[in-house]
Structures are given as structure tokens and as C-alpha cells.
Design a protein around this ligand. Structure first.
Ligand code: F3S
Length: 752
């Protein structure tokens, strides 16, 4: 194992260290003395202290040393602003930044890209100059979507990566343990602090049988999401294994891992196999593939490894699925979908079909989709629905342009957008349907929360494989099942679409397309980071105030949020993405999507000092100006969705002290702690119902100690004061964050 194999083809000094990993693993093995899952092996071989680390699934906090960090442009702004305030000359661990989230889809690829480059100039200038300054690889706008670029260039079997985006697990398609985190975690690793993760549990998914026909890798995760629901993976790593794995391409495995984010899983991954080797070879990384073969024994689970939960799926029986609307875990097999559309009164016409995104942009996806489109064209028909393609990377775009799939999509009536997130993150200037009009869209994306794609809460967004997107786009109807239903050709004769097909890797190799990478210069001292003091998009960060050491008394409840409160509800995307680097400006979107229990409405709450109804951010600002701290009450799985730390920074910036919920999504909970907030949960979830929006509360902060509950004293508007027990998951170092005002303050204190 003593070899020098580079992590990737872009960086000189960064190597894969299987030798060190195997040594660490040997230490942990001798301590635990039991068979390990694959993900356990990766985590434990990246421990900061393999000898001393306490290891209990679901209990300990692992201190880890990731191999890499990756940030997308929306989250990178705040991460880098935070890194800058720690005062270091360059990042301590290999890091890349990817420009993909800020490109709005209007008319098509090149024009949209040009416009984005001019609209976002100051952000791109900031990022490119900061990357050059701090030794970070910079992928310019147009290069593609972060997760696709990572899979194509940076992911390697057995590696540990953190990325400031929830779909970072996509790299699990190459056997990497890739975890989505908040910007604050990324900053820790950039600054060479160890990175902390609550030791996960492990869900095994055993795949047997073989996929065929219309069933695609996407259907595996659509099925798993249906079984586990959006909460089922919380605190767990999903590990696929079994004989069925070999029938899935590496990029198909990437798709499955990518969408594992939708069940709340910490990450998902597949064991190293020949399909991964083939993909590494096709992306010019044969040396990595060979090195992985040397270390292959540790790149899969041990015989007899125990999972906390085990699911078995027979791929030979797996039907294509469509999930949605409004939630990714409402899984319906295609054979029952038409009936479900009728039963639920979902709008039956398909308005738009969208393929691509970070989830489904591989050569295989494009090839199969194009084979269906070609079949339709050969019968003289095109897409009835509008059809939109977002290539995942410049390499994919260039390759399918060369090999003809792109032309097929255009002939089919498709619009090819820029290599970026576009409609997936609400960067879509949709014109065909008025806001408020119920309509259905179908995408090969991963996430379909209300309003996410086009900002229209009445849009019924469904997710499925690219294959079904194309097939249903041809019919223009949600009632169409390509496995059983016939279409009419241009002469009115009936025909059935052939099942999709095509090779999973390009036989002529990938075409890299335009050069979109900016390597950091050798001489970085001369580089100046560009932030204009007058900017409304970028703001240099001011440290938060430390805790005053007292209990907080008589605080109002800013809002008692009812039902789903995702990070989209807490800090909406779409047009707000523009202010990601400007905390004060973006705070004007704080919780504007959350539903107030008092009136069932969004963004309308009572200001108890004036007795007037106002927008959530306005009331919070008013309280802050008056020196009044406040809390938020939330429901189950509060903060599910994305890693955006703005959802934690904003309440902190506007004077919040605690978020008290029935439960949290993992990343959001950690983000709140990093920013010096108190994420707390009801010891008895039924207590949620005892608190009313107009009540006042005391929070006994002085009680905060590891493993001990805290008291919330509730003063109802009319009625007797009563106490409620709250739980928390703070450990010692995290309690320091709260005391110092934030994790960053704690870091700055250490560096001082
Ligand atoms: Fe982008 Fe959507 Fe993926 S926002 S990173 S394409 S989930």
C-alpha cells in the first residue's frame, strides 16, 4: 500500500493514503474486535485519535480528519467569509469551490450563462480571488454541478469528503464517504480543526436480482425513500451491498447515494467494485482504480458486519416509481400511478418534463433518455410537454453534443440549459403557468418540496427516473405508463415505446469540453480578495456576542411553526440566493415560509409589543432593537432539507436564542449550535401542544450541561405557569460554542 497515488489529476501534492488508513483501522479493529461495515471502516480510518476515540454507534462524537472539502457557490460565500475571519494564510486541507447554484434558467445554456456571469460578477470575483488567495481550486460558472464534478474528478474509494451541500453523498457512487455539512463545518476543516460527527448508525440495503427494462437506478432510491420516509435515515449511513450491486453503473450508484439525502441519511455509499474501476478508468484515473484494487479488502463490509436495520430489495421485481408531489417519500409504482392521480385529483396534464441535475446527469442517463426520445422521433412524434435538459457538467454536455444525444433532445423539442442547478434550486424564470395555478411537472431531480422549482406553491412536482420523464413528456399526461400503454404515431397508428438502452460509458471517451477550471496560482501573497464595502451581496462578517451567563426570562415566542418546517421555509432559496454572502440582507427571508399556528398563515405573526401583525423578519428586528431575545417553537424534523447555515445564522443575527422542536434534522441542529444558538427538543413531544403562540417562556440556560435536560418555564397568556423538560445533544466543546457566542468565536479565541 506504500504508493504515491494522487487524489486527482488537478492537484500536485495531495495523495490518497491507504497505508495510513489501514494502520488506523488496525488500531480500531484491535479495540472493537468485531466485523465492520464499509462506512465504519472509512470513518474509523479517518479518526483523529484512533487509540483514544470513544466509539459507540448513535452515541459518541467522532473527531475526524476528512480528505477534502467542497463548496458550491451559494454556500461558499459564507464559508469563505467565515474562514477569512479566522485569519489563516491558506486552507489546511484540499478544497474546491464550484459555481453552479447562481445561474438562472431563462432561455437556454449559453445566453443564461452569459447573463449569470454579468449579474453575479461581484460574487464570482470574490470567490475566484478568495480561492486564488487561500489555495482553493475554483470551478468557474459553466463547469457544471458540484456533485457531478466531484464524481468525475475528485471522488475516490474509501475517501472522506465533506461538502457544503446536502447532495454531497453523490460521491458514494465511487465508494467515498461524502457527507453534506454546513459552511461552518467546512470552515473547521479548512482551518485544520478536526471535524465532528455523531457516530452514525448503519442501515444496510441488500440488493439482489438484476435491473432490466424500464427500471433504473433511480427507482432503487425512490423505493427506499418510500420505505424509510424523509425521517427514516436520520443519524444513519445507508450502505448498499449484495449481488445486485454489480448490475448498477458507478454513476447509477451516484444517483442512489445522491437522493439518500431525501431520507435524512448522513450519507449513502456502495462498496468498491469493477463498475467503479471502469468509471475511474473512463475518467482518466486508472492509477486510483489500481490502488483501490490493492486495498479492496477494506473497501467493502466485513463478512458478518452488523447493520442497525436491514432492508432487502429484489431488483428483478422492482418497478419504476414516481414520487411526490410535495414530498420525495410519497412513492408510487408506475402501475398504480394513474389511479393515484385520479384518487388525489392531481393535475393530470404534464406541463414540463425536466431531466439532468446533479442527481441524474450521467452519460448513461442521457443515453437512455435520448434512446426513448429517438424512438418517439422515429415514429414522427415529439414531446407534448415542454422538455428541459440540464447537463450536470461541461464534460457531459460536450460529450453528448459530440455523440448526438443533445441534438436528439433538441429535435424532440427540448431546451438545453446551462450546466448548473437551474430549476432544481428555483433558478427558473418559468413563463408557461401563472403563479397559483395548479399544474404538474416531472423531473429527474431529487427534491420536490412545495415551490422549490418555480416558486409556485400550486405546482405539483414529482421526481422519477429520466426514462419516465421522457416517456411521460411524450404523452403529456401523468396517466401514461410506458410499460403497458400505447402511443399514436404521426399517422395515428398505435405503437409502444421500446425500453431504454445504451452504453453507460462513452465508447469514444469523455470530451472535456471548455476549460473551466482555475488552479490557485503559485504566488498567492499578491492576490487581494475582492469585497466592496458598498456591496448589497457581500458583507464581511462581525462576530456574535458571547452568552451573558444568565437565564433568559420572559421571552416571546417569535413563531410557533406548524407542520413541515424545512430549510426552504426557514431561509428560502430562489431570488434570495443572491444575498447568501450578506447576512443582514438575507435575514429578510427568515422563516417567511413557516406556517404560524396562530393563524395558519405564512409570514404573518403578532408583535406582542405593539399588538400588530407583521412579517416574521420585521417582528424579529423590532424585538432585537428593543433588546428582547426570542425563541421559535417547531414541529418534527425541523430544518430538514439542505445544509444551508443561513437558516441558523439568520435567527442568531436577528436576536433569537433557542429553537425548540419535537425533533431536528441533523445538519440544521449542528448549524444552530455552531452559530451559538440552542437547538432543544421536547423531552415529551406532546408538550409541543401545551405551548401557545402568545405564551412567554423562561429558558434556564445556566442548567446547560452534557447529558442533562434543561427547563423551559412557560407563562401562558391566561393560566398557571408550568415547567417543561427539554433535551439537547450538546457535548463539552459545543457548550463552549454557546458560551463564546459561536464556534468561530471559539476558534478565533484558540488562534489568538
Ligand atoms: Fe443543484 Fe439541485 Fe443538485 S440545487 S446541487 S442540482 S439538488
Amino acid at each position: 500500500l506504500d504508493k504515491k497515488v494522487k487524489q486527482n489529476n488537478w492537484e500536485e501534492g495531495n495523495f490518497i493514503n491507504y497505508k495510513k488508513m489501514s494502520e488506523n483501522l488496525a488500531v480500531v479493529r484491535s479495540r472493537l474486535n468485531r466485523p465492520l461495515t464499509f462506512a465504519e471502516k472509512i470513518l474509523y480510518s479517518h479518526l483523529d485519535d484512533p487509540h483514544g476515540q470513544d466509539i459507540q454507534r448513535g452515541v459518541s462524537y467522532l473527531k475526524l480528519r476528512p480528505d477534502r472539502v467542497a463548496c458550491q457557490d451559494a454556500t461558499a460565500q459564507m464559508a469563505i467569509l467565515q474562514f477569512m475571519s479566522a485569519g489563516m494564510p491558506q486552507v489546511a486541507n484540499p478544497t474546491t469551490v464550484h459555481c453552479d447554484h447562481l445561474i438562472e434558467a431563462q432561455i437556454g445554456g449559453e445566453k443564461d450563462l452569459e447573463r449569470a456571469v454579468s449579474i453575479n460578477k461581484e460574487v464570482y470575483d470574490f470567490l475566484s480571488s478568495a480561492c486564488a488567495k487561500y489555495n482553493i481550486g475554483f470551478w468557474r460558472p459553466g463547469s457544471g454541478i458540484i456533485h457531478q464534478i466531484l464524481l468525475e474528478n475528485y471522488a475516490f474509494p474509501g475517501g472522506l469528503l465533506i461538502g457544503t451541500d446536502s447532495h454531497t453523498p453523490n460521491a458514494g457512487g465511487l465508494g467515498m464517504c461524502a457527507i453534506g455539512v454546513g459552511g461552518a463545518d467546512a470552515v473547521d476543516v479548512m482551518a485544520n480543526l478536526s471535524w465532528e460527527l455523531k457516530a452514525p448508525k448503519f442501515i444496510g440495503v441488500k440488493l439482489t436480482g438484476q435491473m432490466s427494462g424500464w427500471t433504473a437506478p433511480k427507482d432503487i432510491i425512490l423505493k427506499v425513500a418510500g420505505i424509510l420516509t424523509v425521517k427514516g435515515g436520520t443519524g444513519a449511513i445507508v450502505e448498499y451491498h449484495g449481488p445486485g450491486v454489480d448490475s448498477i453503473s458507478a454513476t447509477g450508484m451516484g444517483t442512489i447515494c445522491n437522493m439518500g439525502a431525501e431520507i435524512g441519511a448522513t450519507t449513502s455509499l456502495f462498496p468498491f467494485n469493477d463498475r467503479m474501476y471502469e468509471y475511474l478508468a473512463a475518467t482518466k484515473r486508472t492509477a486510483i482504480g489500481d490502488y483501490a484494487r490493492d486495498y479492496a479488502k477494506e473497501l467493502r463490509q466485513d463478512e458478518g458486519a452488523e447493520y442497525d436495520q436491514l432492508i432487502e430489495i429484489n431488483l428483478s421485481e422492482l418497478e419504476p416509481h414516481i414520487n411526490g408531489p410535495f414530498t420525495p417519500d410519497l412513492a408510487t409504482p408506475i402501475s398504480k400511478f394513474s389511479q393515484a392521480v385520479k384518487d388525489n385529483n392531481w393535475p393530470e396534464d404534464l406541463k414540463v418534463g425536466l431531466i439532468g441535475s446533479c442527481t441524474n446527469s450521467s452519460y448513461e442517463d442521457m443515453n437512455r433518455a435520448a434512446s426513448i426520445a429517438r424512438d418517439a422521433l422515429d415514429h414522427g412524434i415529439k414531446a407534448k410537454a415542454a422538455f428541459v435538459v440540464t447537463p450536470g457538467s461541461e464534460q457531459i454536455r460536450a460529450t453528448i453534443a459530440r455523440d448526438g444525444q443533445l441534438q436528439t433532445f433538441e429535435e424532440f423539442g427540448g431546451v438545453v440549459l446551462a450546466n448548473a442547478c437551474g430549476p432544481c434550486i428555483g433558478q427558473w424564470d418559468r413563463k408557461d403557468v401563472k403563479k397559483g395555478t395548479p399544474n404538474s411537472i416531472l423531473s429527474s431531480y431529487n427534491r420536490n418540496f412545495t415551490g422549490r422549482n418555480d416558486g409556485n406553491p400550486a405546482t405539483h412536482s414529482f421526481v422519477t427516473s429520466p426514462d419516465l420523464v421522457v416517456a411521460l413528456s411524450i404523452a403529456g399526461s401523468l396517466h401514461f405508463n410506458p410499460l403497458t400503454d400505447k402511443l399514436k404515431d404521426k399517422d395515428g397508428n398505435e405503437f409502444m415505446l421500446a425500453a431504454p438502452g445504451g452504453e453507460s460509458l462513452p465508447s469514444r471517451g469523455y470530451d472535456p469540453g471548455n476549460d473551466t477550471y482555475q488552479a490557485p496560482p503559485a504566488d498567492r501573497a499578491a492576490v487581494t480578495v475582492q469585497v466592496a464595502p458598498t456591496s448589497d451581496r457581500l458583507q464581511v462578517l462581525q462576530p456574535f456576542q458571547p452568552w451573558d451567563g444568565k437565564d433568559a426570562l420572559d421571552m416571546p415566542i417569535l413563531i410557533k411553526a406548524q407542520g413541515k418546517t424545512t430549510t426552504d421555509h426557514i431561509s428560502m432559496a430562489g431570488p434570495w440566493l443572491k444575498y447568501r454572502g450578506h447576512l443582514d440582507n438575507i435575514s429578510n427571508n427568515m422563516l417567511i415560509g413557516a406556517i404560524n399556528e396562530a393563524n395558519g398563515e405564512a409570514n404573518k405573526i403578532r408583535n406582542f409589543t405593539t399588538d400588530e401583525w407583521d412579517a416574521v423578519p420585521a417582528v424579529a428586528r423590532d424585538y432585537k432593537a428593543k433588546g428582547i431575545k426570542w425563541v421559535v417553537i417547531g414541529d418534527w424534523n425541523y430544518g430538514e432539507g439542505s445544509s444551508r447555515e443561513h437558516a441558523a445564522l439568520e435567527p442568531r443575527h436577528l436576536g433569537g436564542l433557542a429553537i425548540i422542536t419535537r425533533s431536528f434534522a441533523r445538519i440544521h441542529e449542528t448549524n444552530l449550535k455552531k452559530q451559538g444558538m440552542l437547538p432543544l427538543t421536547f423531552a415529551d413531544p406532546a408538550d409541543y401542544d401545551k405551548i401557545k403562540p402568545e405564551d412567554k417562556v423562561d429558558l434556564l440556560c445556566t442548567e446547560l450541561a452534557v447529558g442533562k435536560p434543561m427547563t423551559l418555564r412557560v407563562h401562558p397568556k391566561d393560566g398557571e405557569t408550568f415547567d417543561i423538560k427539554l433535551n439537547h445533544t450538546f457535548n463539552e466543546p459545543q457548550i463552549e460554542w454557546f458560551k463564546n457566542g459561536s464556534a468561530l468565536n471559539t476558534m478565533a479565541k484558540k488562534n489568538a
